[in-house]
Design a protein around this ligand. Structure first.
Ligand code: ADP
Ligand code: MG
Length: 442
């Protein structure tokens, strides 16, 4: 199949050709015709598989071909969990609207409110936004959504994790009419909370799932190393920095403080390093991302703020210095490499505090994960032993609910697995309300 087969408007097709794309990816082949036929969609496919165009192209086509429902209201609203991601999608959208009469705006937290009021007064056709700030404008009547034709939620599960359910519900209500189409995308849409939410927002949605979140991403090589403590993790990191050939590297830590500390350490050792965390102001964040994406620095140390969606073509290595609390975030973090057919390396350190996350990730990926060892850097730590030994713990497939709800799991599993170290980091199953790792954008 080729892009030309979709019968897209000539201007859209020309821009696709300028980008050098001829064949749609799998998710594009399935989602574009379904969305063009007017269906609501819940669509998932692995990281780096082209989901952005899978929703942008049908949106552009609909606006080009259909008459607007309202002259004043925005026609397409695209919501993202983080500002960085919203900016990235906005810049892709700009490529397509720059040769048309469509107006598009980007509405993000952390930027000047009154400037945003002015651009909203110009009655844009497309709004790309993070949910919090957009809802502030909606509350104050700076725009209305009665004429909204397409509501697109990218990384929908992450928006719910970050506690945006209230804002999304409000936006949904403000645009509640028969003709609205809703598209939901992510690499991980498999848990129950998303399903409930989708039922509320979408009308008889079509489900498109290319593979599962746990399907092995063949372009990403995963390696896990046991570590005794922080110093040991740092030695492992030094080893990789010295021995591995990398283009650019993203290192994920558990908290903002860890990010800051590690970045300073690496910089003091002469590595070209940036630190990105949510406490920086927006212009600092913009500068950091711009500098990294242009390749001026080789290492970005960050938290889950950068785990989703960012398309940075030169990232050859992702290091999980600490493992994430939510298993699906692991899939998103490592998905910052191995994008659009290129290959990548994902390395993770597993210390006592990461052990429970590690076992959860193993369950989520539905495969036993092996440890690699570096000569001279072998850990004494070999994992925590469950107090209650159950057969086949590692290969037990958790249900969506068991991953999400601590209470439900205790009901389901007769003998809950207890680990012998009390403060072994995160609880095995945590209610998905965010936590220490969560970086929330307005
Ligand atoms: P996802 O949202 O699935 O993680 P993106 O939409 O960010 O993926 O796309 C990943 C990369 O693939 C981007 O650099 C994008 O330009 C590129 N890409 C998208 N569609 C195609 C295609 N049909 N052919 C080749 N590259 C593509
Ligand atoms: Mg994406």
């Amino acid at each position: 199949m080729q892009f030309i087969d979709f019968g897209l408007d000539r201007k859209i097709q020309t821009t696709i050709e300028h980008l050098g794309f001829t064949e749609p990816t799998d998710i594009q082949s399935q989602a574009i015709p379904a969305a063009m036929a007017g269906h609501d969609l819940i669509a998932s496919s692995k990281t780096g598989s082209g989901k952005t165009l899978a929703f942008l192209l049908p949106a552009l086509q609909r606006l080009t071909k259909n008459r607007a429902l309202s002259k004043r209201d925005p026609r397409v609203l695209i919501l993202m969990p983080t500002r960085e991601l919203a900016k990235q999608v906005f810049s892709q959208l700009r490529l397509f609207v720059s040769n048309t009469s469509f107006k598009s705006v980007l509405i993000l937290g952390g930027e000047n409110f009154n400037d945003q009021v002015k651009v909203l007064e110009k009655e844009p056709h497309f709004i790309v936004a993070t949910p919090g700030r957009l809802t502030d404008h909606l509350d104050q009547g700076h725009f209305y959504l009665h004429g909204l034709e397409l509501l697109i939620l990218d990384e929908a599960d992450r928006m719910l994790d970050l506690g945006f359910a209230e804002q999304l519900t409000k936006i949904n209500k403000a645009a509640d009419h028969r003709k609205r189409q809703t598209l939901m995308f992510s690499a991980t849409l498999e848990h129950a909370q998303v399903n409930d939410f989708a039922m509320a927002l979408l009308k008889s949605p079509k489900r498109i799932a290319i593979g599962h979140a746990h399907t092995e991403h063949k372009d990403i090589t995963k390696r896990f190393y046991l570590a005794d403590n922080l110093t040991h993790k740092e030695s492992l990191l030094t080893h990789f920095l010295e021995n591995e050939t990398y283009q650019q590297m993203i290192i994920f830590t558990a908290t903002r403080d860890d990010t800051e500390r590690l970045a300073q350490k690496l910089a003091s050792e002469g590595h070209s390093t940036l630190a990105l965390s949510g406490e920086l102001n927006q212009s600092q964040r913009n500068k950091i991302m711009e500098s990294f994406s242009k390749g001026f620095h080789k290492i970005l140390v960050t938290t889950d703020l950068a785990s989703r969606g960012l398309d940075l073509v030169n990232v050859s290595h992702v290091i999980n210095f600490d493992l994430p609390k939510h298993s699906e975030e692991f899939v998103h973090r490592i998905g910052r490499t191995g994008r659009a057919g290129s290959t990548g390396d994902a390395i993770a350190f597993v210390g006592p505090k990461d052990w429970i996350s590690f076992k959860n990730i193993e369950g989520f990926l539905q495969m036993p994960l092996e440890f690699s060892v570096i000569d001279g850097l072998k850990a004494k730590f070999t994992g925590l032993k469950p107090k209650v030994q159950k057969k086949k713990v590692a290969s037990k497939k958790p249900t969506d609910k068991s991953v999400n709800k601590k209470t439900k799991v205790t009901k389901k599993v007769k003998k809950p697995i207890r680990f012998s170290i009390e403060d072994a980091g995160t609880m095995p199953i945590k209610k998905r309300t965010g936590g220490g790792l969560t970086e929330k954008d307005e």
